[in-house]
Design a protein around this ligand. Sequence first.
Ligand SMILES: C[S@@+](CC[C@H](N)C(=O)[O-])C[C@H]1O[C@@H](n2cnc3c(N)ncnc32)[C@H](O)[C@@H]1O
Length: 247
Amino acid sequence: MTHDPRDEAADEGAQDASPADDTNPLRHRRIRSFVTRAGRVSTGQRRALDEFGPRFVIPYAADTLDWDAVFGRRAPRVLEIGFGMGATTAEIAATRAGDDFLGVEVHEPGVGALLKLIGEEGLTNIRIVQHDAVEVLEHMIAPESLDGVHIYFPDPWHKARHHKRRLIQPKFVAHLVSRLKPGGYIHLATDWQNYAEQMLEVLAAETALENTADGYAPRPDYRPVTKFERRGIKLGHGVWDLVFKRR
Ligand SMILES: C[S@@+](CC[C@H](N)C(=O)[O-])C[C@H]1O[C@@H](n2cnc3c(N)ncnc32)[C@H](O)[C@@H]1O
């Protein structure tokens, strides 16, 4: 696999953990699924952040989000974690105009890129939180409130010593499930076989979930094939989708 600068950043322990606060027993150093990257925001992304940020970006707060108030309607609610540059998010939101999407991403250029798409395409059913999704899930999302969760191509953390940083772990999945309505779904996709196997193992072991397929799922029509994915498929690489439902 190609060189991934995150490997070095992680080895150096780059700004990846909350500072330990010995005076507060509830705060402790937590391993994060990302390292803070100083990404360059393009002029177009900056413009979109300024113009559309105030309407579509919701500041992180340790308060339950009122989706009906935020979107101005009552519609099915889908949380997307780590939307990257947001191309898939925008495409899904455009085709599923009857659903509302909350996208969570830590990387500012990605937030700018998705805001640019929202502006260009006049999308009204997306809101963004720029913060660690683990904390957003814990504090902003009410129990049994989500109809779906999308996590596409989460950082695979190739090296074995970094697997602890992978998002899809039993504890996190249990937390996700607690936020899903009964019948709500989790849709994951990855192009890294070892992570796909871990995803299948973790989701299958969660007793509150049931697989909608026999093992990996066929790619649902609403998830577009990305540019990178198409290139990988041409090179003979695999992509694995998983779709599980809460019982
Ligand atoms: C490999 S990229 C995939 C992006 C996109 N989903 C796609 O399919 O192209 C993973 C993204 O997840 C984001 N990410 C990782 N951990 C996160 C977390 N705990 N909270 C929010 N975003 C996170 C990263 O910043 C990165 O943009």
